[in-house]
Design a protein around this ligand. Structure first.
Ligand SMILES: Cc1cc2nc3c(=O)[nH]c(=O)nc-3n(C[C@H](O)[C@H](O)[C@H](O)COP(=O)(O)OP(=O)(O)OC[C@H]3O[C@@H](n4cnc5c(N)ncnc54)[C@H](O)[C@@H]3O)c2cc1C
Length: 436
């Protein structure tokens, strides 16, 4: 596919979250004519919670003027797997930066003038004549674009209109999530540069510290998994006002019965001091885990990026990583005018990320090993089976060997902020954590 020179085209972006904002901001910097249509009438701040990213990607976003140099982030150098009796069965080096979703959103958003970002614009109809795309929004406005970017998430209307129909599949389990002010958790040194995974049969809880939004105090972000039948999921997706949701319940929206279940689940499966963190979280929320991979991401003058193209299970911590990388690579395709090569690279990347995120879901939730019998050696074997020779952008050796190809800024910066730990293979007792 050949597209015309960048400055002569009017590019429409449907969806003004991470993927839409990142590609929009980059295209504006190149002098393109860009309009972003976002259905939400309000800023999206507060929609997500903690996000982890690899430092080389943050550096790439800084270099591309998508993030400020000093975007708040906290470095993590290892994670450990801990049983209900507080025994650490494996300590694994990882190279992770923890951020607040709202900071990422607001840094991208401030780079886009309001004249290019139209809020409260829910795209309802899409059609194509020759090389022009025609859109109508719920409020009756009409738009025409030469190039259309679908950054409209899991239910993507762009995907449904212009690509072969692809639907998402429920993975059979849910993620409970929440944030709690760190100063409400006593003895919180357990979380310093470290992500503990409290494991139980068919799931785990992981916790990490994120910066508070702007100048607020740091928060402890947590994610906990539970197997859940489709029928049970439908009940859990009814919010406190009786409204049915399709994929998630936002913070504060869990109905009383679901919240009671969450507390019981936490106290049954976690060490008691850790369960208290879940039970004291003011506005926990719920996200059903889905899989989706669009067979194509380019069709004529339209393409899909972010969750519209690929939904990854949260274990690989790649949703936002992918949204940013898709945006950066698409901008390069506009510059080189080689969209077919972009599509091919996207598909290869999607295959790999989809494979490892599903495998991680199998090993960490659907078919967990007998945790209490696991030794560090068995855990390493278990992990190697999950990865099956593939690479993960949070594995320090992977960063050193492979990601130099994908990320421009690399290892020296990474080493400065996130020194790699030696693997600690001993089993050890973990200090207890309490709420103040
Ligand atoms: C509840 C929840 C919590 C999450 N937490 C994390 C996390 O902690 N860490 C992590 O890495 N990932 C997390 N994710 C995943 C991560 O948010 C996504 O992978 C990432 O936001 C993808 O960005 P995106 O821009 O592609 O899609 P989205 O963020 O889904 O954005 C799509 C946008 O399109 C808009 N839109 C949709 N349809 C239309 C339309 N017809 N007209 C106009 N606008 C439209 C939507 O309003 C939305 O703003 C979470 C996802 C959910 C649902």
């Amino acid at each position: 596919m050949q597209s015309g020179p960048l400055k002569e085209q009017h590019i429409g972006i449907i969806g003004g979250s991470i993927a839409g904002l990142a590609v929009g901001a980059s295209l504006l910097q190149l002098g393109a004519k860009v309009t972003i249509l976002e259905r939400s009438e309000h800023p999206l701040e507060g929609r997500g919670a903690g996000i982890v990213l690899p430092e080389p990607l943050i550096q790439q976003c800084i270099a591309a003027n998508l993030f400020d140099k000093d975007i708040s982030r906290l470095s993590v150098s290892h994670r450990s797997f801990i049983t209900q009796s507080h025994q650490s069965i494996w300590d694994q080096p990882i190279a992770v930066m923890c951020l607040n979703w709202s900071d990422i959103y607001s840094q991208l958003r401030k780079r886009i003038p309001d004249s290019h970002y139209h809020q409260g614009k829910m795209v309802e109809t899409l059609s194509q004549t020759e090389k022009v795309y025609h859109l109508q929004t719920q409020d009756g406005s009409s738009y025409s674009f030469d190039f259309l970017i679908g950054a409209d998430g899991i239910h993507s209307g762009v995907r449904n209109a212009f690509f072969s129909e692809t639907t998402y599949h429920y993975a059979g389990y849910i993620a409970w999530r929440g944030v709690i002010p760190l100063n409400e958790v006593k003895s919180n040194e357990l979380f310093s540069e470290h992500i503990p995974y409290f494991v139980y049969p068919n799931g785990h809880l992981l916790l990490y510290i994120i910066p508070g939004q702007q100048t607020d105090a740091p928060l402890l972000n947590w994610v906990m998994y539970e197997i859940c039948s489709q029928a049970d999921l439908e009940n859990k997706l009814i919010d406190t006002d009786g409204n049915k949701h399709e994929v998630s319940i936002p913070p504060g929206g869990l109905n009383k019965e679901t919240q009671k279940h969450l507390h019981l689940f936490a106290t049954t499966h976690l060490p008691s001091d850790i369960a208290q963190i879940i039970c004291h979280t003011e506005k926990p929320f719920l996200q059903a885990v889905y899989d989706l991979k669009a067979p194509k991401v380019l069709q004529d003058q339209t393409c899909l990026i972010g969750d519209a193209a690929l939904i990854l299970r949260p274990h690989s911590a790649s949703g936002v990583v992918k949204a940013l990388m898709d945006s950066l690579s698409l901008v390069k395709a506009f510059e080189t005018n080689d969209f077919e090569a972009w599509q091919q690279q996207q598909q290869l990347k999607a295959e790999q990320l989809f494979f490892i995120s599903q495998n991680m879901g199998q090993g960490l939730v659907a078919q967990t090993p007998p945790w209490s019998e696991m030794t560090p050696t068995l855990m390493e074997e278990w992990w190697n089976n999950i990865m099956a020779g593939k690479t993960w952008h949070y594995t320090p050796s992977t960063l050193n060997q492979k990601l130099t190809v994908q990320y421009d800024q690399t290892i020296e910066e990474q080493k400065k902020v996130s020194p790699t730990n030696e693997t600690k293979n001993e089993t050890k007792k973990i200090a207890k954590t309490t709420l103040s």
